[in-house]
Write a protein that binds this ligand. Sequence first.
Ligand SMILES: Nc1nc2c(ncn2[C@@H]2O[C@H](COP(=O)(O)OP(=O)(O)O)[C@@H](O)[C@H]2O)c(=O)[nH]1
Ligand SMILES: [Mg+2]
Length: 366
Amino acid sequence: MGFKCGIIGLPNVGKSSLFNALVGLQKAASENYPFCTIEPNIGKVPIPDDRLVKLSKINKSKVTINAQMEFVDIAGLVKGASKGEGLGNKFLSNIREVDAIAHVVRCFEDKNVSHVHSAIDPEYDIEIIESELLLADIERTEKILEKLNKLIKVGKYEYKEERDLFLKVLNDLKSDNTYDQMDYTSKDLYTINKSGILSFKPVMYVANLDEGSLNSKNIYNKKLIELSKIKKIPLVNISAKIEEELSSIKDLQEKKELMKSMDISRSSLDKFISSGFKLLNLVTFFTSGEKETKAWTIQKESYAPDAAGKIHTDFKKGFIAADVISYDKLLNLGGEKEAKLSGSIRTEGKDYVVQDGDVILFKFNV
Ligand SMILES: Nc1nc2c(ncn2[C@@H]2O[C@H](COP(=O)(O)OP(=O)(O)O)[C@@H](O)[C@H]2O)c(=O)[nH]1
Ligand SMILES: [Mg+2]
């Protein structure tokens, strides 16, 4: 199971440029992932993590392997998509499959690249996309309610709770997209997202900026910053075009020089990937030894056997215990040997909830 982040937005805003930049990273990393196939609209990219590098160094591992996340390039949504306009239904069903959404918003000017609504206007662009998702969701929720009501009518009262949940969802969808996710428990959100409702998925805005505006924010960007604050939606600034160019350059020196000439210190792709990762509500744990140091991801609040199952199903089936130490503690002590000698490694059982940054050695029976 992979964690997927879908890239959505109007046509010609830079989705594919961003996606190509991510695929560039994937190609660069693919020597570490011999089983990694490249699909046309799915990119698997390594999640950057400074801790992994340090951990690998301290334990003198031969190989270092990042956790991965999947990105999906979803073709442009247009006005009327919820009514099937421009292959709308197909695009909407692609969005249903993702765990989080990166909404790319055009903030660059370029006379050679047409804008579907002739003028660049982040607020209006966002409204179009969000209202298409909303309209599709209202229709879907009404259908779900119809089905649940039928079941209740024939005496299946156990569906009442779910019906009430979707009544609340419908009410929130209709009251102009101002619902507060805090009103819902994580179990509610799980049920809602599983039902194919789009508006409740975790989302971030991605401002695609001019080459020249990356450091000095332009008016479109300023507007978007304001909007993201009001809506409490995280925002990442990138220049998809620059990132696409940078990720295609293999020579590190050449890359550095190009970045210097454009006055950028760090690729914004890392920040984009990290933000996407945060949205997915995951934690990272590590396995580390002389052979390799590896980062793994798992849903927050997961138990130790589930973490073991990420590595191998046998690890979960035959789970006995987990030897655990936090990354910070291990690094402070100076390495695995020192941690063992000082008795700092805890043994945890099957009820242990894995914490972000845990370094774990699983014990199991096969
Ligand atoms: N000037 C400029 N052009 C860009 C930028 N990002 C994308 N483009 C161009 O805009 C056009 C559409 O980009 P694309 O990524 O295909 O958009 P999509 O339809 O959202 O997938 C392409 O010609 C890109 O080269 C940017 O930051 N600056
Ligand atoms: Mg495209």
